[in-house]
Design a protein around this ligand. Structure first.
Ligand SMILES: Cc1ncc(COP(=O)(O)O)c(C=O)c1O
Length: 468
């Protein structure tokens, strides 16, 4: 039996062939499907070495791949031969509860055991001699970790600093400039709420303005350009743009705009919170002034690991979000120490990146996108909405968000209701509409995970309408 990458095919009975295959296998819950099953082993083929456990649905048949613990190393390397890897291939490597359908990698990520162990190792190492670790070894350790992370983001360690999260990175950027009455910062209505509050706080204090433009729910290069350029004022000093939007899960077409904005003397800040590990990141060629990205989301680093990129001309200007001993002593000194803290997330980030690469790197990211494309098609089918995707065009992200066509009044109650049914997916109010977002992390998510959400959609929409 040959194991090949799974593909989505057009449904013939209202369900994709994957789901049809799932039904024929007469399994009840998606999680139960992962109980070990041994099938055909052909010693001459790569896939045959796998004892089969995770279930993969191919267009016309069901195929099983078993990631059997004692053979884990061997299994990993064999799975890496598949381009892209099959969904759910490393489900056992996560600590996720089996009785939940977890469709929200996008919020806080999920950490594989290998990275949990690495973090624990660093914590134990620190506890052996805390003062030696933090007072003497720390500068060397953080520099080494920075040097290992930077190339994955297409830059050098000179231009990046660790920060605890994207919020802290944006906060650092905004507080590094003195804002004047009449200044404005542009952003879009797809922005992340916490980031918007940082901008508002700074502008209100200075007597400036945050101008939020609407490039439409499906921004195109033209709609984004037109909306932003129309909002530019003589005192527009900065534009803050999401690389991947949180409420709507869109990839903003920012690239063609960056040079234009900077030519107008406007600083470009990119909120790439969702970018590392989800899309390719090439900071040195991006041409932005600043960029922030979380490593705890799609890179699966421990929470508390994020990156701030600053273009060289800003290294003397940028200040950490918290002033401490390194203040005024240079870019790295400024950020490397902002008070006593747990450094294990930063030090474990290289291990998380190594795991990401071992799982296929670019191929893993492709697998996420394929799975998200399947989630997208099933959601649009289930909601009976016109699917905006061009047939045959691969999905560009590992997340999908769709409007549910119901008001936003009862979002908190609906989120609780969904959680009570053990499905984790964020319900997000955006522009007066209620959206639902699903993440596809192909190492542990399976094609049928979306069915658990779809089965609840009719009732969920009732709860959103009525609150009960
Ligand atoms: C687009 C965007 N920006 C910023 C953030 C803030 O990230 P953090 O909470 O890690 O600071 C998020 C969080 O999900 C986000 O989606």
């Amino acid at each position: 039996m040959e194991t090949v990458g799974w593909q989505r095919a057009r449904p013939t009975t209202g369900q994709t062939p994957m789901c049809e295959a799932m039904n024929t296998s007469r399994r009840k819950s998606p999680r139960m499907q992962r109980s070990p099953q041994r099938i055909h082993v052909d010693p001459n083929s790569a896939s045959s070495c796998l004892l089969l456990e995770s279930v993969h649905y191919l267009p016309h048949r069901v195929e099983y791949v078993h990631t059997h613990r004692p053979q884990w190393q061997r299994t990993t390397s064999l799975i890496m031969h598949h381009k892209p890897p099959l969904p759910g291939f490393a489900v056992r490597d996560f600590s996720l509860a089996e009785d939940w359908t977890f469709l929200n990698h996008g919020s806080y990520g999920a950490i594989p055991r290998s990275v949990q162990q690495e973090q624990e190792r660093w914590r134990q190492e620190l506890e052996r001699q805390p003062v030696d670790f933090l007072a003497r070894r720390w500068p060397g350790l953080v520099a080494e970790a920075r040097g290992q992370v930077a190339p994955h983001l297409g830059t050098t360690s000179d231009c990046m600093a660790f920060v605890p999260n994207a919020t802290a990175g944006i906060q650092a950027i905004i507080r590094s400039f003195s804002w004047q009455r009449g200044d404005s910062i542009l952003t879009t209505n797809h922005r992340y709420d916490a980031v918007h509050r940082i901008l508002q706080f700074a502008m209100r204090r200075a007597g400036g303005q945050v101008i939020e433009v609407d490039p439409s729910a499906n921004p195109t290069p033209d709609s984004l350009r037109t909306a932003l350029l129309a909002a530019c004022r003589p005192h527009t000093r900065m534009v803050v743009l999401d690389e991947i939007t949180s409420p709507t899960a869109r990839r903003l077409p920012i690239k063609p705009l960056i040079e234009d904005l900077r030519d107008r003397g406007i600083m470009v800040v990119v909120d790439g919170a969702h970018a590392p590990g989800q899309i390719d990141v090439a900071l040195d060629t991006m041409g932005v002034d600043f960029w922030v990205g979380n490593l705890h989301k799609w890179v699966c680093a421990p929470r508390g690991a994020a990156v701030l990129y600053a273009a060289p001309q800003h290294h003397d200007v940028i200040r950490a979000p918290i002033t401490s001993h390194g203040h005024g002593l240079g870019f790295h000194a400024e950020f490397d120490w902002t008070g006593t803290f747990d450094p294990s997330p930063w030090l474990s980030a290289p291990r998380a990146l190594a795991q990401h690469e071992a799982w296929g790197g670019a191929e893993l990211r492709t697998a996420h996108r394929q799975l998200a494309g399947h989630f997208r098609d099933r959601l649009y089918d289930a909601l009976d909405l016109p699917n905006p995707a061009v047939p045959g065009t691969p999905h560009t992200l590992a997340m999908i968000a769709v409007p549910l066509g119901v008001p936003t009044t009862h979002v908190p109650a609906a989120q609780h209701w969904l959680a009570a049914h053990k499905v984790e997916a964020p319900i997000i109010p955006w522009q007066g509409q209620t959206w639902i977002r699903a993440s596809a992390f192909s190492a542990y998510n399976m094609p049928d995970d979306i069915e658990a959400l779809i089965a609840l959609l009719p009732k969920l929409r009732n709860v959103l309408r009525d609150g009960t």
